[in-house]
Design a protein around this ligand. Structure first.
Ligand code: DGL
Length: 270
C-alpha cells in the first residue's frame, strides 16, 4: 500500500476528463492536478517549447510527494514522454500506449482512425506505437485544431450547428477510409463523444485516451502493490492562470462540481 498522491497534468482543463476516470476507478487515491491554463493550447507548439513547458509542469508536481504521474495531455504524451520518464523518479504514464492497446484489441477491420492536435499528429507517435503492436494495422491520423477551442467555449453538444458542421467536415475523410475504431487522441475530445459518434456512426468504436491512461495507471499501481487504502481520496487543483476561470469550466470536464480549492501557481518559477 502507498498513500502518496498521483500527480496529473495537462495543458489546461482537458486532463480533467482523465481525473474523472481516475476518481471512478480509484476513489481512494489522492490526486494533485495541474492545468497550465496560462499557456494553453499546447497543440500547435514546437517540440522544444512543449518540452520546456512539460518539464516545468513536472517540476511543479514533484514538489508534492508522489507515487506516479499521469500525463493527461495528448500533445505532451506524443512529443515528450520518453524524456519525462527518463527524468522522473516515479513511474510516468502517457496516453498513447494504453490507447493503442485498446484500439488494436477493438478493431476488426485493422483500419484505425486517430484525431488529435497538430503537434500530436506531426509527432508520428501513434503510428509508431500501432506498428509496434501490429505492423498490419492501417492508421489514418487527422489533426482537428478547431475541436479544442470549441470545447472550451462549451460548443460540444449534439445539435450545436457549429460543432456538428466542423465535425462533419473533419471526419469525412475518416468515414471514407472505413475506419472501425477511432482514437480520441486529445483529452478534450471525450466531451465530443456524442457528436463524433453521431458523425462516425454506431459501428465505430471510440477510444478515450484519458480513460485508458487512468486504467493503465491503476493496473501499474496494482502490480506494484501501491494502491491506496483509505475511505475516500481528495483532489487538489492548481492552475497557472486565474482560478476563477478554471472553476467556471471544470464541472463540464469533471461531470461534477470541481469542489475543494483551486490555487493559482506561477509556473515560471519551476
Ligand atoms: N490537452 C491537449 C491534448 O490533449 C489539447 C489542448 C491543447 O492544445 O493544449 O493534446
Amino acid at each position: 500500500m502507498d498513500l502518496r498522491a498521483i500527480g496529473v497534468f495537462d495543458s489546461g482543463l482537458g486532463g480533467l476528463t482523465a481525473v474523472r476516470q481516475l476518481r471512478r476507478l480509484m476513489p481512494s487515491e489522492n490526486i494533485i492536478y495541474f492545468g497550465d491554463t496560462a499557456r494553453v493550447p499546447y497543440g500547435n507548439r514546437s517540440r522544444e517549447t512543449l518540452l520546456q513547458y512539460a518539464r516545468q509542469d513536472m517540476r511543479f508536481l514533484h514538489t508534492f510527494d508522489l507515487k506516479a504521474v499521469v500525463i493527461a495531455c495528448g500533445t505532451v504524451s506524443t512529443n515528450c514522454l520518453e524524456a519525462l520518464q527518463a527524468e522522473s523518479d516515479v513511474p510516468v504514464t502517457g496516453v498513447v500506449q494504453p490507447a493503442v492497446e485498446r484500439a488494436a484489441a477493438a478493431t476488426r477491420s485493422g483500419r484505425i482512425g486517430l484525431v488529435a492536435t497538430r503537434a500530436s499528429v506531426a509527432s508520428g507517435a501513434y503510428e509508431r506505437a500501432f506498428h509496434r503492436a501490429d505492423p498490419a494495422l492501417e492508421v489514418h491520423a487527422l489533426a482537428c485544431p478547431l475541436f479544442v477551442p470549441l470545447v472550451e467555449e462549451g460548443r460540444c453538444r449534439p445539435g450545436d450547428i457549429v460543432i456538428e458542421t466542423v465535425a462533419e467536415e473533419y471526419l469525412a475523410s475518416l468515414r471514407k477510409a472505413g475506419v472501425d475504431t477511432l482514437v480520441l487522441g486529445c483529452t478534450h475530445y471525450p466531451l465530443l463523444s456524442e457528436v463524433i459518434g453521431g458523425v462516425m456512426g454506431p459501428a465505430v468504436s471510440l477510444v478515450d485516451v484519458g480513460a485508458e491512461a487512468a486504467r493503465a495507471c491503476r493496473d501499474q499501481l496494482a502490480a506494484r502493490d501501491a494502491l491506496a487504502e483509505r475511505e475516500t481520496g481528495s483532489v487538489r487543483f492548481y492552475t497557472s492562470d486565474r482560478a476563477v476561470n478554471f472553476q467556471r469550466l471544470a464541472s463540464l470536464f469533471l461531470g461534477e462540481e470541481a469542489g475543494g480549492t483551486v490555487e493559482q501557481v506561477d509556473i515560471s518559477q519551476y
